[in-house]
Design a protein around this ligand. Structure first.
Ligand SMILES: [Zn+2]
Length: 175
């Protein structure tokens, strides 16, 4: 073997060892995230509007009763362990657009409250982007799909600026 080839081989081997050790911790964290994906425990974020969360604002502005709030919490608790494909009836959420999902729950007067949003897989999160309601099997606002899609694009662009964890519903941001 020519000396130059020998040196070439040695360098290649060195580089590959260096590469392997450099990537070892990353590999480990990828494994952990794979485990989390199998468990499918979703976090919940809300869209930011003028530095306030839209869901938090909605809850305050519409002066939700304790019962409405309890209904909502129960709904999120139920959904957070459901894989995406189970976000459909009879569970309290459904896919209703290309990327858009709706979460269903009731307020005390049995009004059908709705929250529209999308999944952001990199953060194992469902992002709630806008409020609405359902009446006679029709969702409002009527242009929910185009609005939700525009919010999705906006939120995906800079996730940590355009969204924030919804209360303590994000285990990743909590740490
Ligand atoms: Zn988070």
């Amino acid at each position: 073997m020519k000396l130059a080839t020998k040196i070439g081989h040695a360098i290649k081997e060195m580089m590959s060892k260096k590469y392997a050790s450099k990537n070892a911790p990353r590999q480990h964290s990828e494994d952990r995230s794979a485990v989390r994906r199998i468990v499918e425990k979703w976090n919940f974020h809300e869209r930011q509007n003028r530095s306030a969360g839209v869901v938090t604002d909605w809850i305050i502005d519409s002066k939700w009763s304790a019962k409405t709030r309890a209904n909502f919490d129960r709904t999120l608790d139920q959904l957070k362990s459901q894989p995406k494909k189970s976000w459909s009836k009879p569970n309290p959420a459904s896919k209703i657009g290309n990327h858009t999902y709706v979460i269903r729950f009731k307020d005390v007067s049995s009004s059908q409250l709705r929250l529209f949003g999308h999944f952001f897989d990199e953060h194992d999160t469902f992002v709630m982007t806008m409020e609405g309601y359902e009446k006679d099997d029709v969702y409002y606002p009527k242009n929910y799909e185009s609005m939700a899609e525009a919010y999705r694009v906006e939120c995906d662009k800079d996730f940590f600026i355009t969204t924030s964890p919804f209360e303590d519903f994000c285990d990743i941001c909590d740490k």
